[in-house]
Design a protein around this ligand. Structure first.
Ligand code: 4LM
Length: 408
């Protein structure tokens, strides 16, 4: 949808459906399952798509429509469609657009439930799947076959923040008539707009930064009118993962502060990443803004910021990770990301526990890895909490070093 205003303005005003009847400033919540027809002919015409107007909230609702229109503007696509969850959006795309005999290419590292949906359900439906071990454009291109219908990627990928060059992926797909899908949950349109790089469909877990306050499960797909209309007629209508008007309203409210929140999330994450990277009890930290991270090549071009999710391995392996998690006092032990609260979780036993241990290892997700979704508390307070939770591990490491040095 065409809107040349700045993203701060779009996040507040774009796609407004409004309230002509009363002029309320806030978007009304159209909490209704169905819509009344003036007469039978009008109802029939709406069902036939020959007249404008709502029919039934599984097929469309004015509050939900405002969210869809705002997201289309934010992502720079023609249209968008909302779903009851990020997985609702992702399954709508995969099951709505792929058929038995089609080939899908994606990466071995993905959000756990997306990986399970692709690796288990899609294969079960006769869709051929290649999950390339490396998060790498060349590996994706090498996996394409004449039957490849879709390339599905996350960048940065959950949980280790490896990145992909979206322009390169769009180019290899366009040449071959392949549809491209990018999960933009970790970046949001504030930091990355995949459609600008030629990606066809942009999916979101709106549960995360778009809503931002940890009180909604929602999903969105942004793309061209034809594919979004297919998703509405097939995936939304027949699979039925419909977003409630109230939840759409909460996401609309969250969106108004998205650019502000993302900026502060990023500032906080930069400080936390630098702290972790330098900490003696941290073996390795992954954050797209850290020196040496592969994402640095895309910062300032594809990505205007590094995001606020950080992965790291404390010393002491799995036991060290558990000890660290259990010692947290301010940061919350919880999955999810993009909320005002800092959320810390253990991918191997939580978000990526759906993987087999072998698949996890192959995807580079170790048992020691911890993931932090940096929130909006003061960075000093977040760091103080991480520091006190890491301190016993650092002590243990120093003691072990001491023992090694003394030959004990
Ligand atoms: C998590 N993630 O990582 P719903 N796409 C990405 C995600 O990270 C997620 C979804 C889709 C986490 C949830 C527990 C990149 C979810 C799925 O949860 O269905 O809205 O989104 O902590």
């Amino acid at each position: 949808m065409n809107d040349s205003r700045h993203i701060e303005t779009q996040a507040i005003h774009a796609g407004r459906v409004g309230d002509p009847a009363h002029g309320s400033l806030a978007t009304p919540i159209h909490q209704t399952s169905t819509f009344v027809f003036d007469d039978a002919a009008q109802g029939g015409a709406r069902f036939a798509g020959e007249a404008e107007g709502y029919v039934y909230s599984r097929l469309g609702n004015p509050t939900v429509r405002e969210l869809e229109q705002r997201m289309a503007v934010l992502e720079g696509t023609d249209d968008a469609i909302a779903f009851a969850s990020g997985m609702g959006a992702i399954s709508a795309v995969l099951l709505g657009l792929l058929r038995a005999g089609d080939h899908l290419v994606s990466t071995a590292q993905l959000y756990g439930c997306t990986h399970a949906l692709i690796d288990e359900q899609l294969r079960g439906f006769g869709i051929d799947v290649t999950l390339v071990p490396e998060v790498d454009e060349a590996a994706i291109e090498a996996a394409l076959t004449p039957r490849t219908r879709m390339i599905y990627v996350e960048t940065p990928v959950n949980p280790r923040l490896d990145v992909l060059d979206l322009g390169a992926i769009a180019r290899m797909a366009r040449l071959r008539g392949i549809v491209t899908v990018c999960d933009n949950t970790f970046m949001t349109p504030v930091l990355q707009r995949p459609a600008r790089h030629g990606i066809d469909l942009v999916v979101h877990s709106a549960t995360k930064y778009l809503n931002g306050h940890g009180d909604v499960i929602a999903g969105v797909v942004c793309g061209d009118v034809t594919r979004i209309s297919t998703l509405r007629k097939i995936s939304l209508k027949n699979f039925g993962a419909v977003l409630s008007p109230h939840d759409a309203w909460l996401v609309l409210r969250g969106l108004k502060t998205l650019p502000l929140r993302v900026a502060r999330h990023n500032e906080n994450a930069a400080r936390v990443a630098a702290f972790l990277d330098a900490h003696p009890a941290v073996r390795q930290a992954w954050w797209p803004g850290l020196p040496g991270h592969r994402a640095r090549r895309l910062l300032g071009t594809q990505m205007s910021g590094a995001g606020a999710v950080i992965a790291f391995e404390p010393v002491g392996g799995y036991a060290g990770a558990v000890r660290f998690l259990d010692a947290l006092a301010l940061c919350r032990r919880a999955v999810s990301l993009g909320d005002v609260e800092t959320l810390v979780q253990h991918p191997a036993s939580m978000t990526h526990s759906t993987y087999t241990p072998e698949d996890r290892r192959a995807a580079g997700i170790s048992d020691a890895m911890v993931r932090i979704a940096v929130g909006l508390e003061h960075a000093d307070d977040i760091i103080a909490d991480l520091d006190q939770a890491l301190a016993p591990l650092a002590g243990g490491e120093q003691a072990a070093e001491g023992r090694r040095a003394s030959g004990a």
